[in-house]
Design a protein around this ligand. Structure first.
Ligand SMILES: [Zn+2]
Length: 301
């Protein structure tokens, strides 16, 4: 049972919105693409976890602080006897371990994910101790991308390769598991201790006047040049874009980048590069205000 779902982080949403509206520096762009790729890998792994049929609690994307150290957990699955801690990597290409280092086939050293896993398991164990939970933790490093190859894989049962994934899930499903109040208490504590604001966030500085205004094609990122009331067409890849959803996306991007600013017809008109008529914007803001009702789009005038 999934107790906590996974969503794109605020940081990823901000970077995605910025990527279409400004030229990110090479390093920032790489960071953004890595975040995006990591997220996609985690979603891929969720697909496997959804096949778990034994009684268990699955919590995704947790962030904790323990002894002044922050640590992030991609997925945690709690069954009767064990807590499975999963560190998910969406690496593509050929890699190998050499002693304590992890390298690409060209010899470039990459941060060793096993060390990251060790650190996380130690911090999680301390967290469990601090709340008096005695369920042992079993850590796993999961390589989820089918195009990942690991040479000289250490005979380490903690590493799950893409070709082992189905078997691994099958093994989990073969266990007996019933849950009691201790498991319930653990998951409540975990959710309550989860931090929403990531201290790792690396969002570059951005300034409204420097951001590109307009409505952008989701497929290729090009600006839409011509207005049509129902379907816009991307001038570059010629993909059709539903006008309404393009406008809604544009409004959402504004909200992600400027969460404390008031939404108004004029603001969005400017933000969308004066492409969409104010009448349509006003109507869309109104409709969504009513639909959301939770103050997500709280202000418009
Ligand atoms: Zn396009």
């Amino acid at each position: 049972m999934f107790l906590k779902e996974r969503y794109e982080s605020e940081e990823l949403k901000v970077l995605k919105a910025l990527n279409t509206r400004m030229d990110l520096q090479e390093k920032e762009k790489q960071y953004y693409l890595n975040l995006q790729k990591g997220f996609e890998g985690e979603v891929m792994f969720d697909g496997y976890l959804k096949q778990i049929v034994i009684r268990s609690l699955i919590l995704n994307d947790l962030l904790f602080e323990q002894n002044h150290s922050h640590f992030q957990i991609d997925s945690l699955m709690v069954s009767q006897r064990l807590s499975y801690l999963f560190e998910v990597k969406n690496f593509e290409g050929e890699y190998y371990f050499e002693g304590d280092t992890f390298k690409t086939i060209n010899g470039n050293e990459v941060k060793n994910p096993l060390l990251q896993l060790d650190r996380n398991v130690s911090l999680l164990r301390q967290f469990f101790n601090s709340i008096g939970i005695k369920i042992p933790i079993e850590p796993y490093l999961v390589f989820v991308n089918p195009d990942f190859t690991l040479y000289q894989a250490p005979l380490n049962r903690r590493i799950i390769l893409p070709t082992n994934l189905n078997r691994f899930i099958h093994q989990l499903n073969n266990q007996q598991s019933t849950l009691n109040h201790q498991h319930g208490r653990l998951s409540e504590k975990l959710i309550a201790s989860h931090i929403t604001k990531s201290p790792f966030s690396k969002v570059p500085h951005y300034d409204y006047s420097q951001l590109r205004k307009g409505v952008f094609c989701q497929a290729c990122g090009s600006g839409i040049a011509e207005y049509h009331s129902l379907i816009l067409t991307c001038p570059k890849c010629e993909k059709p874009v539903n006008t309404k959803s393009a406008l809604v996306r544009s409004i959402e991007e504004y909200q992600i980048l400027y969460p404390s600013e008031k939404l108004s017809t004029n603001t969005i008109y400017d933000w969308s590069g004066e492409l969409i008529p104010k009448r349509t914007i006003r109507q869309t803001l109104k409709e969504n205000l009513i639909v959301s009702g939770y103050g997500q789009w709280s202000y418009y005038e």
